[in-house]
Design a protein around this ligand. Sequence first.
Ligand SMILES: *Cc1c(COP(=O)(O)O)cnc(C)c1O
Length: 393
Amino acid sequence: MLDLQTQRTTPQERDLIARLERLSSSAGSHSPSLTMMQEALPDIDVRIDACYLSNPLATDLFWSHFNSDASKDPRFFMRMLEAYPSQNRIIAERFSHAIAVDPGRIFIANGATEAIQAVLHNYSSHVHVNVPTFSPYYEFATPKHEVTTFQLDQDEDFVLDPERYVQSVKRSGADAAILITPNNPDGYQIPDDHLEWILSQLSDLRTVVVDESFIHFSREAESQRLPTLVGLTDNYPNTTIVKSMSKDFGIAGIRAGYAIMKPSRVNELLDHGYLWNINGLAEYFFSLFSRPEFLDEYRTVLKTYNGYIFEFKLKTSAAGFIRSYPTGANFQLMRITNGMTSELVTTLLLLRHGVYVRNCADKIGLDGEFIRVAIRTEPENALIFQALEDVLA
Ligand SMILES: *Cc1c(COP(=O)(O)O)cnc(C)c1O
């Protein structure tokens, strides 16, 4: 691919590409963050972060409440700094009303990633993951774990075939199965009746994880409730729901998530750790979540944002210069079809347009050249689309 790269880039761009490659290889298992990139490569003007997945309207909403509460209370920041936050069970108790789940079933986590680690390390020895997937589901496997995979088919738009899937879990001998819906990175959403059938077939398994971190983007919020699969999984005590708040509430930096599981497991986890795993800022977020007026405003913001997602998908699915996949999430997986590598496309988007997207070259089970594009505000989406067109068409 070097020839193509040389043909299509200037020497300055090639220099920046080399520096970017070095940065990526030192960034750990995930893409370099925007902050990391701007520190290392100050001459790159990153204008839009379409790599990390976040609802920007919800970040603004959080920010306005945060500022208004801080301005009303002179000790707001001081308390957050000097006082211990509440313990896990107490936050769960307060938060339980907002999500209408028995507090004994809620494990409050320092980001959903912590809940994933807790469940995998304590309630599985062999995990079966669908690939491509969100990588912690196999990266957190310990040396004692076995990991097996079920390949999702890109020619079928990553649709999960329930019967083939259940057979694959049973044949694998795994004691834990992971379902992410909508899935990251492809965005496929498992229909409720398929999910229910799968859970009924796997009810003897030790653990089934249903990760609904992107569910707010896939269906209409009903008048009072936010979308969730909690009710659907209630009959299956081996099931754990995992929910991140980072993407839909746009607050990845404060680390807030939770898992819902049977009370005996919550007790077991909390009896042996996780006492103050939530910091003061995240506790503030959980308390905000418990205010009905905040949730009302959030639902409004979500509706607007989901409208932007809808519009963006309409445009990309009609675009001839890239193959984009149907998605129920706030991002879209795209396959590059013009012979360029995902590395080159990612880099040119960044250098020429300041648009940072996820290069999916490291995703296991994703054969071919793919990028994942986070969907943002309307004007940002327009710029992202123009950038894609310019680099690819
Ligand atoms: C981002 C993500 C998470 C974890 O998010 P946290 O920031 O740790 O809350 C969990 N599951 C999926 C599918 C994700 O994409």
